[in-house]
Design a binder for this molecule. Structure first.
Ligand code: NAG
Ligand code: NAG
Length: 265
């Protein structure tokens, strides 16, 4: 027979182990249960036609020193390629401008245009009623000497006004608003950073009104991906196209894109 004290100790130890075990099991199952279950990943509707308006300045047009006359495909070729490769059935780029050698070379990129000038030139492109707008604009304003009418620090306000004009004509469209790419010059880079930091707020204000806008971070395209300190090299355009593709795929998976509305021919 075990001594009374020893037996009690053994019993106590066993009891304690039991309690610890129960607590442990309970805690573990709680943690397990609380772990977010993998929600079924939303799938993009690949049958929904994409009517995309690439909107902006020279960077949308595909500016390259070696192709000044006709421009290049820019970011649009890699974007289109990736969308087709991802099995989007119908992808149409639209716009009044044409640049680069690809068959579907429509865009609304205006080389050398400031935000106000883009706003003045974009109406016909918007009237094509894209269901997705890719907006990359502000580089011209921020890289040239500022004027009294168009101060660097007011560039976000001008972008906001441009956005409101886009939404007026295309209230149903998803607007992907780029934090714009970096520049080489110190002053321009500083201007770009201030401008980019203001973009999430501009987007948020309009989302709160019920519009569909998303910030797309193209500012990860850095000075080493530029051809002349301001415009992307071919590698830079490729990088941009990939970022746009991911962004289009994301809004598509979130079912933000609606079928393009009919337009008068
Ligand atoms: C996908 O889009 C097409 C074209 O707009 C539509 O006919 C179809 O019902 C959509 N499918 C789903 C699952 O929403
Ligand atoms: C630009 O396009 C026009 C019309 O297609 C063509 O005649 C011209 O040769 C092109 N210029 C260059 C530099 O490729």
């Amino acid at each position: 027979m075990m001594p009374y004290i020893g037996g009690r100790r053994v019993r106590d130890v066993l009891k304690l182990m039991g309690v610890v075990g129960v607590v442990l099991c309970f805690t573990l199952s709680l943690i397990w249960g609380l772990k977010p279950r993998k929600a079924p990943r939303p799938r993009p509707n690949l049958s929904l036609p994409l009517r995309i308006l690439p909107l902006g300045d020279a960077i949308t047009w595909g500016w390259q020193p070696a192709n000044l006359e006709n421009g290049t495909n820019g970011y649009r070729a890699p974007l289109l390629h990736e969308l087709v490769y991802a099995h989007y059935r119908s992808v149409n780029l639209v716009g009044t401008q044409h640049s680069g050698l690809m068959p579907n070379n429509d865009n609304e990129g205006h080389p050398g245009f400031t935000l106000s000038q883009i706003m003045g030139a974009m109406k016909a492109g918007l009237e094509m009623r894209p269901n997705v707008v890719l907006l990359h604009a502000g580089t011209t304003d921020l890289s040239r000497p500022e004027t009294a009418e168009e101060r660097w620090r007011d560039a976000p306000k001008r972008l906001g006004s441009l956005l409101d004009h886009v939404l007026e004509t295309c209230p149903d469209a998803v607007i992907l608003v780029a934090k714009i790419i970096q520049a080489q010059k110190t002053q321009t880079r500083a201007n770009v950073n201030i401008f980019n930091n203001a973009i999430p707020r501009l987007v948020e204000e309009r989302v709160e009104k019920g519009f569909k806008l998303v910030v797309v971070d193209q500012s990860v395209v850095g000075p080493e991906e530029l051809v002349d300190g301001l415009h992307p090299s071919y590698a830079g355009y490729f990088h941009m196209g990939n970022i746009w593709f991911q962004a289009v795929k994301d809004v598509s998976a979130k079912a933000l894109i609606t079928p393009p509305v009919a337009v008068q021919p």
